[in-house]
Design a protein around this ligand. Structure first.
Ligand SMILES: O=C(O)CCC(=O)C(=O)O
Ligand SMILES: [Fe+2]
Length: 332
């Protein structure tokens, strides 16, 4: 089943924008990206520290292979996400009345309690998603069977992703000559979260507008067939091609701060397609609660202070200012 009742009302097409209502799973369009894939590849099994360092400095993003997550698990997650999103809008909304998993749409910006930060309706992001905080996940159950299956699968997935994030962060810390003991708390299992997204079919707007992630690291399991993620490299937007059994890692603002700007929090965005929906599953890792980030470029700050500032800026200025707010020369 796949029909527009599953879309949040604000993301349904207007009458003057009719959509192709064929089952998107039947879509067999050509791969829109013909060029060879320029994204650097990092092999987690045989980690090359020099390649990793270059990818972090030049791109702030890389493709991870030999990551050790079973392909069946990646595919199960994608399939279950498709099933979950294809339920009616009302049932998704009702099922997420209580924690831990929350349902949102129109923006990826949420308050700590999971409420969407409302934005100008002209400016919506064409995305709906489930926010899955990992720390409380084992303590709750959901009534809706598909959501409950997602909770269980995400717990299994998070174990793998936490291992990957820790391995990568330790290698990056070594490359940056950070004191590993002191920096262990920069990636905390407890504060991690998973976001499951669906980008609806539409021919207007952006799935996700240009942004940098606030995380230390973000690790993306994208749809095997549908492209959408674009990354800014030397002032040019490049498509990040979907390639089965690979994960995309991008560095977030916390990593840029921890590295004193040696590594880059990469600007990226997601485009939408009028003929086909896209699913992606993103894992984010953050510093531990109350951990102070020390760097030569920024005043000491905690992730909670950063997040509060971002939320205030979105409400008052209309967008995320991000790291520049914490530079040494800024007034507090
Ligand atoms: O869905 C994607 O490909 C990217 C999502 C993303 O950039 C984010 O959640 O910050
Ligand atoms: Fe992002």
């Amino acid at each position: 089943m796949n029909n527009l009742d599953s879309y949040p009302p604000t993301l349904r097409p207007k009458n003057n924008h009719p959509l192709n209502l064929d089952d998107p799973n039947d879509f067999k369009g050509p791969d829109p990206i013909q060029d060879p894939d320029p994204v650097p590849i990092i092999d987690l099994h045989c980690l090359d520290h020099k390649n990793l360092d270059e990818a972090c400095k030049d791109w702030g993003l890389f493709r991870l292979v030999n990551h050790g997550v079973p392909l069946t698990l990646l595919e199960q997650l994608q399939n279950l996400a498709k099933q979950l999103f294809s339920l009616s809008f009302e049932s998704k909304q009702e099922a997420c009345n209580e924690k831990p998993i929350t349902y949102f749409w129109g923006t990826p910006a949420l308050t700590p309690s999971g409420t969407a930060i409302t934005r100008d309706p002209q400016n919506i992001n064409w995305v709906e998603g489930f926010d899955v905080p990992l720390c409380q996940l084992s303590q709750f159950q959901h009534q809706l069977p598909t959501l409950e299956s997602m909770r269980v699968l995400v717990m299994e997935y998070a174990t793998h992703l936490s291992r990957i994030a820790t391995t990568l962060f330790e290698a990056m810390s070594k490359n940056l000559n950070l004191n590993l003991k002191a920096t262990k708390s920069y990636v905390s299992e407890k504060t991690g979260m998973v976001r499951v997204y669906r980008y609806p079919r539409t021919d207007v707007g952006w799935g996700m507008e240009v942004h940098t992630d606030s995380s230390v690291l973000s690790i993306l399991n994208q749809d095997d067939f549908v492209s959408g993620l674009q990354v800014l490299k030397h002032d040019q937007w490049l498509n990040v091609k979907p390639i089965s059994n690979t994960l995309i890692v991008n560095l977030g603002d916390m990593m840029q701060a921890i590295s004193s700007d040696k590594y880059k929090s990469v600007s990226h965005r997601v485009k939408v397609d009028k003929d086909i929906e896209r699913i992606s599953i993103c894992y984010f890792v953050f510093p531990g609660e109350g951990v102070v980030i020390e760097s030569s470029k920024y005043k000491p700050f905690t992730y909670n202070e950063f997040r509060a500032q971002v939320q205030q800026d979105i409400k008052t200025v209309g967008y995320k200012v991000g790291l520049p707010r914490f530079q040494h020369n800024q007034d507090s």
